[in-house]
Design a protein. Structure first.
Length: 191
């Protein structure tokens, strides 16, 4: 019994000392991202940026300047929200050849670009959280991922949203699907 009271008393003293030495100000609701130049590469979870069907998947070009699709082309409804695929720093927000784009640099060094936006909600230099609104779609939407100058297949890094192939039409009479397929994402942003 006496031993239990001593241990309880020591625990109370330790908690009191910790509280006395803790800063008086409350902890922020969300901790800011460290400066990206200081951040060590770490695991970053990427989520689909929009809840729409992918109509043209990644097709890497054979060489610089060659034809291909350097990202995913989506078929959204006009004005659909576009969310940050992961947290990071907005390194570009503006127009490229009359189209609106946002590019975000992430802690792991990857850059995601969100293109053909109808409206942009962020500015260059902003720190964004995963799922934060970046803007809205126009009649189409483009999403790409780069590591340095190398484009990566965005479908390979998306960690949720359940990217899956779906047929454009029903199977034929022999149970075969048509050759052309699309990718569909089911996305509910974290809020």
């Amino acid at each position: 019994m006496l031993l239990g009271m001593r241990i309880g008393g020591l625990a109370a003293v330790a908690v009191s000392a910790w509280l006395a030495l803790s800063p008086a100000q409350p902890a922020p609701e969300t901790s800011p991202l460290p400066a990206l130049s200081e951040a060590a590469p770490s695991l970053v979870l990427y989520r689909p940026p929009v809840g729409a069907e992918v109509v043209d998947s990644f097709r890497p070009p054979a060489h610089v300047g060659a034809p291909g699709n350097r990202g995913l082309e989506y078929d959204p409804e006009l004005g659909q929200p576009v969310w940050a695929s992961a947290g990071g720093e907005v390194i570009f927000a503006g127009q490229v050849a009359l189209n609106r784009f946002v590019t975000v640099l992430h802690r792991d060094g990857l850059r995601t670009s969100y293109g053909y936006l109808g409206w942009i909600a962020v500015d260059e230099g902003d720190l964004v959280s995963p799922g934060q609104l970046l803007g809205t779609t126009s009649e189409r939407f483009f999403f790409s991922v780069r590591n340095g100058d190398q484009y990566l297949d965005p479908a390979q890094i998306l960690s949720s949203g359940r990217v899956r192939l779906v047929p454009h039409s029903e199977p034929d009479g022999r149970g075969r699907l048509p050759a052309k397929q699309s990718i569909q994402t089911n996305l509910q942003p974290d809020r």
